[in-house]
Design a binder for this molecule. Structure first.
Ligand SMILES: *Cc1c(COP(=O)(O)O)cnc(C)c1O
Length: 857
């Protein structure tokens, strides 16, 4: 049509009877409440699908007639009232019983949680993958447990890309501008009704950001957006794309998140007592908090210097690392840092060298965000037991004199938000066999044993119907994808021959995650001949479903997608391998619930945790995974299959070959025969038993409520306590610690230990052993150090398995050394290795080894 075209959207008027639908659409509660989503979907299923399950967009586009009909339909109104009753109950109930996160915190405590991405639901596209979805689950869990909690992130105009895959297997990223009016967010207003804006200083300019609020049940999430007329075109683009742009954009995004985020809370008079940095991107919050403490203080109070402020800030900061390789840590050149932070150094009165030292690491010239995060926090963790150990080694240089296994890097294994990922089909059956209230007892292992009481037939039929639902979606997606790529109907029929929702009997295995090389999406094809033999037996066929995005800059990752596409077209694999495009939360929910087996085969130990396998297990899918990340703890011998990592001394090719062989053997000898074991029941009882064990053993341990309880007990409550101690009386504690540390650092190089008693070689059980050591304190006071005797079995390397006995100070010696002694009675027989050590001690320290100093005899 000739001429200019103009755009117009006509929005319906919401009938008064349906007014509260807008409230439901504005609360991400819908992202885990299935009944709320069903309420919208039923009104107009096609539109619901077209608006990507966004209730807010739905209400803007649905026809007036549908709304009026719904308003006049007593059944719709009845259903809506039920949903609203549940909604009100959730928001008003004091807490989920037994799980009141506030109990362990004090009245005024508040946790602020910062992350570069948040994955709540496909209708709020500001996430790329695991990190964001974990952050979303963290917020949802905090809402369930009524934790005093507030989250901070960035609002990206384009979020992460949408993916299509062409006929040659090439990935095409597509970026869509989001209309913020379609998102479940609203601008934050000041008391006078104007929009809240904050600003950050960047070289030669000030950049403004608008503040938005997303609400997820009881959790507020503040999001920053620089697309404002006040900013230059380049600065408007700072929040254009998640993980987009160049290094400068990344740095500016991180300054906005860390520095700007603290300013938002400050403007809103929100006063957190605990600050949680989820991955290094947000670590600049440390610098901004220090700035606030060093400046802007009442004249009556002495200014806090940088060192004191750092101690105060670190005392209530928690840092979670998610990266298992040093190269994965975010870093910027020192030159760029100097450029961006020179006004900061002037304002806080520190030299730029001191600031840059906070990001220094041994192996690199760059400013490392993980190093900053570690130095500015006293609570640090990896996200699984294995990853905690790996991180302790990667970060060992931060505490140079401490054994890696003894350093302050702890772990809290990830969990997932069960309500978001558990299929609706289970709810009624769980009500019946676990008892009402199972949703409030997610961490109760005993409750979850009830899964074994579900009759096999019922259990199996739910599994089958979940698979049918998945296959329905798969057919739909594969059709759309292949018709767009000009495939013929005949070809499509061959592709989809096993994906039959009416006959969901084929063993279906899912593999969906980011296409990063360490995840080895093609490991399965390591021996294609053998694989073909295993999976194309017409009596016992196997269907594999692959999905996932590769970062647009990750060429090798995109090459993996191409290879899978190519393999899926080989005549021998046709119909057995399906590759779906556009992996997102919606597809993820369906996949994890619908497949029989969830496959994960990363290169050990590069999977920090992984969470998709937990989602699958909760739905009765069975994990087949390399013993890495969470599966290192999750596998119990009866709830799935484990691929043992090949020895680390092997080459990458040898390891791949060995682990692929294990994978093929498990498929051939265990998994396929067990699934297809022919019984008159119509299903395999062994399979059902293992699927039940998968739910019963994994649900109570790997859900986000368990994870949050650990964060509260290990970190949040202690960090809030440290803050009170450090901040009391105008930061007296922080000043003491800072001064004391400066003194200790000066004296430490001269501290030494010497044994002075004659070592005994043998004692009898029950006899007393007396030990004496002389310590050269080099200017430190006797109680500035702790002198310890460490007992261990010979060869034992794990510090957790040793015993420590503190020696008592017994007075000065003539030569200036100090005598420390101890009498003890060994409580075990056999050979014992013992050693002596001395390290700085102060009662206000958060971790005994936080200074990284220790001298052994
Ligand atoms: C759960 C989830 C992830 C993270 O899964 P991993 O096991 O860590 O790979 C990524 N993307 C989506 C859409 C998810 O739902």
């Amino acid at each position: 049509m000739p001429g200019n075209s103009f755009q117009l959207e006509v929005n319906p008027k919401i009938p008064p009877a349906l007014a509260r639908l807008e409230e439901l659409a504005g609360d991400l509660w819908y992202s885990w409440d299935i009944a709320t989503r069903a309420l919208f979907a039923r009104m107009h299923p096609a539109l619901w699908h077209a608006v990507n399950h966004s209730p807010k967009t739905f209400l803007k586009r649905v026809s007036q007639r549908r709304l009026d009909e719904a308003a006049a339909d007593p059944i719709f109104i009845g259903t809506m009232n039920q949903v609203l009753a549940a909604y009100d109950n959730y928001h008003r109930a004091p807490a989920l019983f037994g799980l009141d996160g506030r109990k362990r915190l004090q009245q005024d405590d508040l946790v602020a949680y910062f992350c570069a991405e948040f994955g709540f639901h496909e209708s709020l596209p500001i996430y790329s993958g695991g990190l964001g979805i974990l952050a979303g689950d963290h917020c949802k869990g905090a809402s369930d447990l009524r934790l005093p909690f507030v989250a901070v992130g960035l609002l990206y105009r384009q979020g992460y890309f949408q993916q299509t895959i062409d006929r040659d297997g090439r990935q095409h990223p597509r970026y869509h501008d989001t209309d913020f009016a379609d998102l479940p967010i609203k601008p934050v207003l000041r008391e006078d009704g104007s929009e809240l804006r904050i600003s950050v200083e960047l070289p030669e300019r000030r950049v403004w950001a608008k503040v938005w609020l997303a609400t997820a049940g009881n959790t507020p999430l503040y999001l920053l957006d620089t697309a404002l007329a006040e900013n230059t075109a380049a600065d408007r683009d700072i929040t254009h794309r998640l993980y987009g742009g160049d290094r400068t954009t990344r740095l500016e995004q991180e300054i906005l998140l860390g520095v700007g985020g603290v300013r938002v809370l400050h403007e809103l008079k929100i006063k957190p007592t605990v600050w949680h940095i989820n991955e290094g991107h947000a670590a600049f919050l440390i610098l901004e908090r220090i700035r606030q403490l060093t400046g802007q203080r009442q004249p009556a109070l002495a200014a806090l210097d940088f060192g004191c402020a750092l101690e105060a800030v670190a005392a209530n900061t928690v840092f979670t690392t998610h990266t298992p390789v040093p190269a994965g840590h975010d870093h910027f050149s020192m030159e760029t840092m100097r450029q961006y932070f020179s006004p900061y150094c002037e304002e806080t009165g520190i030299g730029s060298e001191r600031l840059l030292a906070l990001g220094q690491t041994d192996g690199s010239q760059d400013f490392n965000m993980t190093a900053l995060a570690i130095r500015g926090s006293r609570y640090h963790n990896g996200v699984s037991r294995i990853h905690g150990r790996v991180s302790a080694h990667i970060l060992a240089g931060m505490w140079p004199q401490i054994e890696p296994l003894d350093n302050p890097v702890d772990y809290i294994t990830n969990g997932v938000h069960a309500a978001s990922f558990l299929a609706a089909d289970w709810h009624g059956t769980f009500d019946r066999h676990l008892g009402l209230g199972w949703m409030q007892r997610l961490t109760d292992q005993h409750c979850w044993q009830g899964v074994h009481r579900i009759p096999d037939q019922i259990f199996w039929s739910i599994r089958q119907s979940l698979k049918a639902r998945l296959l329905h979606l798969v057919r739909h997606r594969v059709r759309a994808q292949h018709l767009r790529n000009q495939a013929s109907e005949a070809h499509l029929d061959r592709m989809l021959k096993l994906a039959d929702p009416h006959n969901p009997t084929v063993l279906t295995i899912g593999f969906a995650r980011r296409f990063a090389t360490y995840k080895r999406a093609t490991l399965l094809f390591n021996n294609p001949g053998l694989l073909r033999e295993i999976i194309t037996n017409s009596e016992r066929p196997v269907l594999f479903i692959f999905a996932g995005k590769a970062h647009p800059a990750d060429e090798p990752g995109q090459e993996l997608i191409r290879q899978i596409a190519e393999l899926s077209r080989l005549p021998e694999f046709e119909g057995h391998i399906l590759l779906l495009e556009g992996y997102d939360l919606h597809l993820s929910r369906r996949l994890v619930a619908g497949v029989d087996v969830w496959l994960n085969n990363p290169v050990y130990p590069l999977e920090a945790s992984g969470t998709s396998g937990m989602k699958a297990a909760m739905n009765g899918a069975i994990n087949l995974s390399v013993a890495d990340g969470w599966w290192g703890e999750g596998y119990d011998g009866n709830n799935g299959w484990e691929i043992k990592p090949g020895a680390e001394s092997l080459t990458a090719e040898q390891r791949d070959a060995e682990e692929a062989r294990t994978l093929h053997e498990l498929l051939q000898d265990k998994i396929i025969p067990m699934y297809y074991r022919n019984t008159s029941l119509g299903y395999s009882p062994e399979w059902v038993a293992m699927a039940k064990q998968s739910i019963a053993s994994i649900m109570p341990r790997f859900n986000v409520h368990r994870m949050l309880e650990e964060y509260v007990d290990k970190f949040y409550a202690p960090a809030a306590g440290q803050w009170r101690k450090y901040a009391r009386d105008d930061f007296r504690g922080a000043r003491q610690v800072a001064e004391w540390k400066t003194h200790v650092r000066q004296c430490w190089p001269g501290v030494a230990l010497r044994r002075i008693d004659a070592p005994q070689q043998h004692v009898l059980f029950g006899d007393t052993l007396r030990v004496e050591v002389a310590v050269q304190l080099n200017g430190l006071a006797p109680d500035d150090v702790s002198v310890e005797l460490v007992f261990a079995r010979p060869g034992e390397r794990n510090p957790a398995k040793s015993k420590h006995y503190t020696l008592r100070h017994a007075g000065p010696l003539d030569n200036g050394e100090h005598l420390y002694t101890r009498e003890l009675t060994p409580d075990l027989c056999g050979k014992i290795e013992y050693r002596f050590r001395v390290f700085p001690f102060h009662e206000l320290l958060t971790h005994p080894f936080e200074m990284g100093m220790m001298v052994w005899l």
